[in-house]
Write a protein that binds this ligand. Sequence first.
Ligand SMILES: [Zn+2]
Ligand SMILES: [Zn+2]
Length: 124
Amino acid sequence: MSDQIEGGCFCGSVRYRFPTNDYRSSNCHCSMCRSISGAPYVAWMAVPVDDFEYLKGEPKKLTSSSHGSRYFCQDCGTPVVCLLEEYPEYTYITTCSLDKPEDFAPKGDMYTDDMLPWVKKGNL
Ligand SMILES: [Zn+2]
Ligand SMILES: [Zn+2]
């Protein structure tokens, strides 16, 4: 594995990187992640704010709730980042915007009470 993890949006307008490390990660089943992404759940990785940097472009901010903001590529719409007021020390990255999401299996599931009935736990 290289010493940097890189990723970006679908169209390539936004690129980011952070150092290789063992980060917290989880699939989020909350209804907000679902409706904003158009997917049954979203895999997130928590990277310390100071370690995260944009290499190219800046995503567009959407204030998605009173305590969180989500950032999308303004050209292609890929959800890239989420910032939560409650945890200002972290930048939450969508695992599937990484260049190699296959290397970063989510370590858990959150908001499982909101999980869609046809998403099977343990089948993720
Ligand atoms: Zn894009
Ligand atoms: Zn969520």
